[in-house]
Design a protein. Sequence first.
Length: 485
Amino acid sequence: MSRTKWIGTFVLNVIGLTAIAIGSPALAQSPATLPPHDKLLREIYQELIEINTTDSVGDCTEASRAMAARLKAGGYTDDEMQVIVPPGGPKKGNLVARLKGTGAKKPLMLLAHIDVVEARREDWVRDPFKLIEEDGYFYARGVSDDKAMAAIHVSNMIRYKQEMRTGKFAPARDIILALTCDEEHGDSKFNGVVHLLKNHRNLIDAEIVINEGGGGVMDRNGKPQFHAIQAGEKIFQNFQLEVTNPGGHSSAPKRDNAIYHLAEALSKLSKFEFPFKLSPITRAYFERRAAMESNGPSPSIAADMRGILKEPPDLRAMERLTGLSPTYNAAVRTTCVATMVDAGHASNALPQRARATVNCRILPGEKVTDIQATLTRVIADARVSITAMGNATEAALPPLTPELMKAVESITADMWPGVPVIPSMIAGGTDGRFLNNAGIWTYGISGIFTPPEGSNAHGLNEKLPVKSLYEGHTFLYWLGKRLGA
């Protein structure tokens, strides 16, 4: 059977339909009637979800060993995989496994992080560390971020191994699996990707890395709208604004007040916008979105998107797009926003100190030192000190090569006819920045579609459409084979 016909039949089986490949999430099949590969995926997914990997009480090492056991049961030997635990972090283990190819090309790496954000049972409708399937959705902490891709990668690595044994797959490059810990803590001392780059780069040195960050968006009826391939991300940098003062008794207030000075500084910042800039990635994003929106219910959105692509850009059009969604603005500007404040020491005393944390998401190519200088200029108050908190990782944008784009577009067209592939740059952060900074080009590609409101990753009652997990499984299986061969 051809790949296109096989995918179509497979998707129909997965979501329990006979004529419509895309429909309501509630139409997914029960686990007992899933095809064998999806049945294995669901077992792996549930096992991984139900191992708590939060920073407070979780254990990534346990999760890594459980996934290593899955690989071993699927035919991998001990010398083809290892659990790497960084010194001083016994619960911060990472799994690296390798499927050997001919070596004609540099390796492909399948990357996913297995740590998750904290979740308190009393805040959630359901137990966040039990996989619940309900009304066409999976619910639990990590169902989307990022244990869906982790489970998919493990399942597909097992399938590739089986196909190599039967002569159905002969990869021209090694395929590396890396399940890492502490992504949610950025460049912490136990970040798995940072540790592997520094101490075991030979194990993860690859030409192409498939990571989280991309994926598809549905409309409210469950119909796919577009499939994003993420290439690059903004630079994360916090700054501390601080004002100090001798203070005094609150019964004799002075105009020289640390809280007022800090408030004035933050007010200036709230009114300031960094310059509008398009990169090749964001230009391609708005070009393709404009083409898509031209045939949609709001052609004025398409006109505004074309407006910002002009030279000079139509900044009034940008204002209208920002009014629709702040994510449009975040794509074309560095942003800095106050996120925390701490001031005063007693209710009956003038404040001796006032501090604020300002979180900046900086466009690739801009320097942290230049952003700090801009903050100093905008605030224009020598009483307010501005200090960078930690060292940001500045990384280049990875190139969208014809090989990669052709593979993603071809498989997308097979699975979701007519759905465009749109390059994107995310405002959030992933471990891709560390790999891109090291010259290991990393892309967010998943084939996992979410509703317009998202999956509520990091929030309460995180969810993922059931059919999206299985569709992502199929998409990434074919992408791995295409890029691997």
